[in-house]
Structures are given as structure tokens and as C-alpha cells.
Design a protein around this ligand. Structure first.
Ligand code: DNO
Length: 351
């Protein structure tokens, strides 16, 4: 297993590489060129600058999160082939710097969505929270709220440039139903698979978060059944999953340890975090500790340990603790605690 830590880059993250170096057991920085919009090619000199900075501190750069997919690919617009070509160009550039896994998502319009980014927990910390009844509100209000809380820090999937054009984005998706979205995903991946083999890169789709339709937009990677459909639709060892335990785990219908076990060989990357689901369907992010939430974190770790010991893992969102001021979900302290929990369980399994 290789342990990673997501980092948004100098000037775009409250955490430094020097701090990350002091968390035991971190091998990799999970990185991206965060100033790039979906559809822009990641040029070699830009990749080199990012990678050099990370490698200088002794970390690997094998996992990119995310190389975002342009909406014209998701909607199957006439320009999609042009955007797929650009995507492939970025992949070939990334390969030259040793990238092995590309995490991406196929969520329409929005990336992960929450109604409260700093919801108080009983212990005095705060965490990301989803209140089901509030999601009926105007999506523009939601985008404004999220951008405000991110205080000018770039957040993948929530690029201000895209959010400013929400009407036309919603218009693009107005004729896209679930089956069309599945077809467009298949089309995209079938173009990419030969390039993956040429480059030794695995494409690892991130599940939809939350794992159900929101704002009338269809979402695909939401359940065990749909993960199975996704993996068999393009049945190629390079067509993989980012097992985000908290995304799939927000639905009480998903048994995450069972999903981890069943698809372990196609899990290229795992995001480990825990969520607590309430009876009314709301959910809160909580600490990584198994008994604090409903994900079954220890079962997931055991499944990956037993069936895919080469997997890349990162702790996912943490709570905001000890007064830390950070990007929502991405502080230092609780993610460092998460790493120690995951490594503790892993080491014990090894012994
Ligand atoms: C949230 C993340 C997602 C993820 C993308 C991958 O914190 O898990 O934003 O990076 O969906 O494309």
C-alpha cells in the first residue's frame, strides 16, 4: 500500500509539504494543477514545476486528483472528440513524470455537494454536513455558498468560471438522462483505454457524492450495482474505481466493506473516511474511527489489505479540529489522525 495526502499546492493550501513530511508513513502527494480548467491541456513545463517541488521533499507523484473532464464530454456535445484529444495529450504528458493513476469524476455540473461545510459536532469540532431537505434550494445559492466558504481557494469541480455560467451548464444537461450519461462515459473510456495501456496509467473514477441525483441531474456511480455496471461496461484492467468510502457510504443501502471486497482488484485508489447517517437521510462527516460512523472503515481496510495490498490510499476529508483554519475538509490535524488510524489497522493486519 502507498499512503498519500492530498495537497492543493503552495499558496493554495493551508498545509505545507514540510508539515506533511512529519506525518508518519506518507509516501505520495496526491496532486493536480489546480489552476487548470476542465478541457485545458496540462503542459509539460507546468507539470514539471509541480512535480519537482513535491519530489524535492521526498514524495512520489503517482496519483493525480483530478484531471477534470469537460462538460462537453459528459454531455456528448459535437466538440467532445476535441476535448478527449486534449485529455489524452495531458495523459501522455503526465506519463512522462511517472503518473500511474488518474482520479476523475463524471458528475454532471457539480462535484461533491454539501449544505454546510462547518457543521458543529458534539465534541466542539466542525465537519462537512448534508441536510437532505435543504438541497431542494436553488443550485446557484448552493454554488455561491460553497465558493464563499472556500475563500478564493480554487476547488476542483467548483471553478468560479463554471459556476458563473450555471444556467448554460444546466441547459447543456437538460437533454441528458441517465442512459445517455452512461453512453457518454463509455464512449470516453473506450477512447482512453488504448492510451492507458500505452502509458501504464489507470483511470480511477470517483463515485458521485452524494450517491443520488441532485438538482434533477442524473448521477451514475452510486451503488454496488452501478459500480458493477461501470466496471463490466468497459471491462479493462485500466478502467478502475477510486473507492471513496464516504461518498458511497452516505447511502444506507451501500455496504462498503462488501463493495471493497468484491471489486478489490479494480480499486486503483481509495479515499478513506467515515460518515454518520441520520434517520431522515441527512449525513455528517465524522472522524476516521470505525465506531464513530456507519461506513465500516475497518472492514474496508481489511478487504484492501487482503485483496489489493498494492493500492494507493489517502485519508479523505477530516473534521476541523483544534481551531485549525483550513480549506473545508482538508486540514492537517484530522487527516493526520486518519492516517495514523489507517496505518495502525494496516500494521496490525501485517503482524
Ligand atoms: C472531494 C473529493 C472530490 C474528488 C473529485 C475527483 O473532496 O473527493 O472533489 O476529488 O470528485 O474528481
Amino acid at each position: 500500500m502507498k499512503m498519500g495526502f492530498r495537497w492543493y499546492g503552495s499558496g493554495n493550501d493551508s498545509v505545507s509539504l514540510d508539515q506533511i513530511r512529519q506525518i508518519p508513513g506518507v509516501d505520495e502527494i496526491v496532486w493536480a494543477l489546480h489552476s487548470k480548467l476542465p478541457g485545458e491541456v496540462w503542459e509539460k513545463d507546468e507539470i514539471k514545476a509541480a512535480v519537482d517541488e513535491i519530489k524535492a521533499k521526498g514524495f512520489g507523484v503517482s496519483v493525480v486528483e483530478s484531471l477534470n473532464v469537460h462538460d462537453d464530454i459528459k454531455t456528448g456535445a459535437p466538440t467532445r472528440d476535441m476535448y478527449i484529444d486534449k485529455y489524452i495529450e495531458s495523459m501522455r504528458n503526465l506519463k512522462e513524470f511517472g503518473v500511474k493513476v488518474i482520479c476523475y469524476n463524471f458528475m454532471p455540473v457539480f462535484d461533491w455537494t454539501r449544505t454546510d461545510l462547518f457543521h458543529p459536532l458534539p465534541d466542539g469540532s466542525t465537519a462537512l454536513f448534508y441536510e437532505k431537505s435543504r438541497i431542494k434550494q436553488d443550485p446557484k445559492e448552493m454554488a455561491e455558498y460553497i465558493l464563499k466558504e472556500c475563500k478564493g481557494l480554487t476547488m476542483p469541480g467548483w471553478e468560479p468560471e463554471r459556476m458563473a455560467e450555471l444556467d448554460s451548464l444546466f441547459e447543456k444537461y437538460s437533454k441528458i438522462d441517465k442512459e445517455t450519461l452512461w453512453e457518454n462515459l463509455k464512449y470516453f473510456l473506450e477512447k482512453l483505454m488504448p492510451v492507458c495501456h500505452e502509458c501504464g496509467i489507470k483511470m480511477a473514477i470517483h463515485p458521485d457524492d452524494p450517491p443520488w441525483d441532485i438538482f434533477g441531474l442524473p448521477r451514475l456511480i452510486t451503488s454496488e450495482e452501478n459500480v458493477e455496471r461501470f466496471l463490466s461496461m468497459v471491462d479493462d484492467p485500466c478502467n478502475c474505481l477510486t473507492l471513496c468510502t464516504g461518498s458511497l457510504g452516505a447511502s444506507e443501502h451501500n455496504n462498503i466493506p462488501a463493495i471493497a471486497e468484491r471489486f478489490a482488484d479494480r480499486v486503483a485508489f481509495a479515499h478513506i473516511r467515515n460518515v454518520k447517517i441520520y434517520e431522515n437521510g441527512d449525513f455528517s462527516e465524522v472522524s476516521h474511527r470505525d465506531c464513530d460512523g456507519d461506513v465500516g472503515v475497518l472492514g474496508v481496510i481489511k478487504a484492501l489489505h487482503d485483496k489489493n495490498p498494492e493500492v494507493y490510499i489517502r485519508p479523505d476529508h477530516g473534521r476541523h479540529i483544534w481551531g485549525e483554519k483550513c480549506r473545508p475538509g482538508y486540514g492537517l490535524y484530522d487527516r493526520a489522525l486518519g492516517i495514523m488510524y489507517i496505518l495502525g489497522a494496516w500494521d496490525m493486519l501485517e503482524k
